[in-house]
Design a protein around this ligand. Structure first.
Ligand code: SAM
Length: 292
């Protein structure tokens, strides 16, 4: 018989015994499918050479599989009601540490230095709380940490935005901001029936690995990020309209915008969703050269 926490029967038994009630506002959809959990750990290529950070362990369904494969696991859970549950379910796994914390408020670098020995690759593996998928991804990507990989379950819709290319309706500042820094791939999709309670969206496991160099070379990464966000501010409008919204509508600014667009041969009537990451990088540099 499967000893794992994540079987439907065991999950139900644990939740009932602790009188636990799901909190929708915390994105609590627990995995109860051992096959899916096994595949997540495989997609993350978690081995004894890795230390793993898990965001939102819940009752420990995924944590347990990570503990069986990894060197150390640090799990951050915001819900105080789950801490005593995890103390019980994780008791057989001395390589697991649970911290009560809001992942968006912790300094990840400090936490890692406190908990991990620095001799192992650091990976993130998690079934994310969907109400904050994008802020968590940004928090991970912007942290001064060289994660060997990030393997996370998210709503399929966000996974599609992360992996989209030019011309797709899903392509936008999130696609570009992430792909500029990371190689992104959908490992597999997961049916809503793999969770209790079942979420009302489909899910996908996404793996992100840091590129040795950004995809497109830019002189000023912050200016590039500002340009990309501003270019998609009003999706239906032309690039020209969005650039004016970003830099200004006065005659002098318009003249500078015209010079920059000409230099990189981008039509003012183009829409942001048709531009590649390389085009945005060239445009960012041209805008700077034009004095913007
Ligand atoms: N890992 C478990 C599983 O796969 O069954 C639970 C995943 S559930 C989708 C998301 C978990 O994230 C919940 O346990 C929830 O309480 C926790 N959570 C929500 N917001 C959080 C935050 N800001 N910081 C840390 N954990 C959070």
């Amino acid at each position: 018989e499967d000893h794992h926490i994540a079987t439907p029967a065991r999950t139900k038994e644990i939740l009932q015994r602790h009188g636990f009630r799901f909190k929708k506002r915390l994105g609590q959809n627990f995995l109860t499918n051992p096959a899916v959990l096994k595949r997540i750990v495989e997609a993350g290529e978690v081995t004894a050479a890795d230390d793993v950070i898990e965001i939102g362990p819940g009752i420990g369904a995924l944590t347990e599989y990570l503990a069986e494969s990894a060197h150390q696991v640090l799990a951050l859970e915001i819900d105080p009601q789950l801490i005593p549950v995890l103390a019980e379910t994780m008791a057989p796994y001395p390589n697991v540490t649970v911290e009560e914390a809001d992942v968006l408020k912790v300094d990840l670098a400090t936490l890692l230095a406190e908990h991990f020995d620095g001799q192992h690759a650091v990976k993130v593996v998690a079934n994310l709380p969907y109400y904050i998928t994008t802020p968590i991804l940004m928090h991970l990507i912007e942290a001064p940490i060289d994660f060997a990989s990030i393997t996370v379950m998210m709503q399929k819709e966000v996974a599609d935005r992360l992996t989209a290319g030019p011309g797709s309706k899903d392509y936008g500042s999130l696609s570009i901001g992430v792909q500029q820094r990371m190689a992104v791939a959908i490992a597999f999709t997961v049916s809503r029936t793999a969770f209790v309670p079942a979420p009302n969206v489909d899910s996908a496991i996404v793996t992100l690995t840091k590129r040795p160099q950004p995809l497109a070379s830019v002189h000023d990464q912050a200016a590039f990020d500002r340009l990309v966000r501003g270019s998609f501010a009003a999706r239906r409008k032309t690039l020209w309209n969005n650039l004016q919204g970003l830099y200004g509508k006065d005659a002098a600014t318009k003249a500078q915008l015209t010079v920059a667009l000409k230099a990189v041969e981008i039509a003012p009537s183009a829409r942001a969703e048709t531009l590649t990451i390389e085009s945005f990088a060239k445009l960012a540099d041209a805008l700077k050269a034009a004095g913007l």
